[in-house]
Each structure stands twice: as C-alpha cells, then as structure tokens.
Design a protein around this ligand. Structure first.
Ligand code: DX5
Ligand code: ZN
Length: 216
C-alpha cells in the first residue's frame, strides 16, 4: 500500500520559508502541502499564488495544493501554472464537480476532491472513477494545530472500500491533527497520504519526524 507524507507549510516559519522548504527537500517527505484559504469558505486567510510560484522555484518535491476557497474554477489554470502537481478542491464549493475535475486534469495536474468532516463519503460514488485522490478533512478546515476528529477512521474505511471496488488507483489523503498515533491508525484504516503541519514544524527534529511518520 502506498504510504506518503506531505508536510503542510501552514505551520512553517514564514520569516524564513526557504529554510523550511530546504528541510523538506532533504527529508523523506513525498510532497509539500499548501493550504490556500480565502476567509470566505474558511474563517482564515493564509497565502496564495505568489508564495506557491516562488516555492516552486526551489522545491524538489511535487506541490500538493489544497484550495479552501469558494468558486475555485477561475483559479485552476493559475494554480497549475504556479506549479501545482496535485490540485484539491472542496466538494462543498463545487456546483459542477465533474466539470471542475475534468478541468484540473486538462491542465496536466492530478485532480483531488476534499470532504469536510460532516460530508459523507457516499457522495463521491459517481465521481470516484475520475479522481486521482480524495482528501478527507480530519479537522474543520481553517487552522493548523487542531484536535483530530475520531470519526475520520470510519470515513477512511468506507472510502477504502469504495475505492477498492471502483478505482483502486485513487489515493486517500488525510489532513488535520496527524501525529504518530493518529497517523498509524489512519494508515491501518487504508489511508495513503498523511498531511502534517503542526506536528512536523513544532518538532525539535522535523526531518526525523517526517522519516518516522513514513515508517509508523
Ligand atoms: C487545515 C489545513 C491543514 C493543516 C494541517 O485547514 O488544511 O493542512 O495545516 O493541520 P495540522 O497542523 O493539524 O497538521
Ligand atoms: Zn490542507
């Protein structure tokens, strides 16, 4: 089973972002996770295109961009041009999800759909065949460092069953409150990609923490 780790730079040191990107470049991390927030879909504003564009010039790992924004369609091309390899939109923000997913793939990026903690996995049944990845939120989106929501394990198991039956290549990513304990249980439940922000960047040895997360 594929096991990947994607550190979220939401918890990085923005006074010296280049240093944290270099740390990720040298580490066992597979991707770099970017949390783009608009202050409308989520109650926080983070960063956007210029940051991703700059990081893409020094990053040696694929950029995994998580759009927490209403009306993502006009931004698909700009984020792909800025360097996104994997682009995630929220189910809750897309009126024509199938069209949005096709649009992402036409740009040559991997298409991923995210579900908030209250949104059931079953709603993806008729789109899962088109997806490269599903991102399950294990906290309410908007902030790093929140407490993991236990119901996520059940959702991972349900999604694993659906994916194995319909489209086994589709990856399951989980985002929020990931640490060695929750991460181990998530991999066991069938998750493939762990996003970790606070846990990595508050650690004394972030590189070692990334290495251990991959091998729990
Ligand atoms: C929350 C974000 C997460 C966050 C990770 O809105 O989507 O990616 O940075 O959360 P922690 O800090 O819990 O790992
Ligand atoms: Zn995220």
């Amino acid at each position: 089973m594929t096991k990947l780790v994607a550190p979220s730079i939401l918890s990085a040191n923005f006074n010296n972002l280049g240093k944290d990107i270099e740390m990720i470049n040298h580490s066992d991390a597979d991707w770099i996770h970017f949390d783009v927030m608009d202050g409308v879909f989520v109650p926080n504003i983070s960063f956007g295109l210029p940051v991703i564009q700059h990081v893409s010039q020094i990053a040696r790992k694929p950029l995994d961009v998580h759009l927490m924004i209403v009306n993502p369609d006009p931004y698909i091309v700009p984020f792909c041009k800025a360097g996104a390899s994997i682009l995630t939109v929220h189910y809750e923000t897309c009126r024509h999800l199938h069209r949005t997913v096709r649009h992402i793939k036409e740009q040559g990026a991997k298409a991923s759909v995210c579900l908030n903690p209250h949104t059931p996995v079953s709603l993806l049944e008729d789109i899962i065949g088109e997806l490269d990845m599903v991102l399950l939120m294990s906290v309410n989106p908007g902030f790093g460092g929140q407490k993991f929501i236990e119901n996520t394990y059940k959702k991972v198991r349900q999604l694993r069953e659906m994916i194995d039956a319909i489209h086994p290549e589709c990856l399951i990513e989980v985002d929020g409150g990931v640490n060695f304990d929750t991460g181990k249980k998530l991999y066991e439940a069938g998750a493939n990609v762990l996003v970790a922000g606070n846990f990595v960047f508050t650690s004394d040895q972030p590189e070692e923490t990334i290495r251990k997360l991959k091998n729990i």
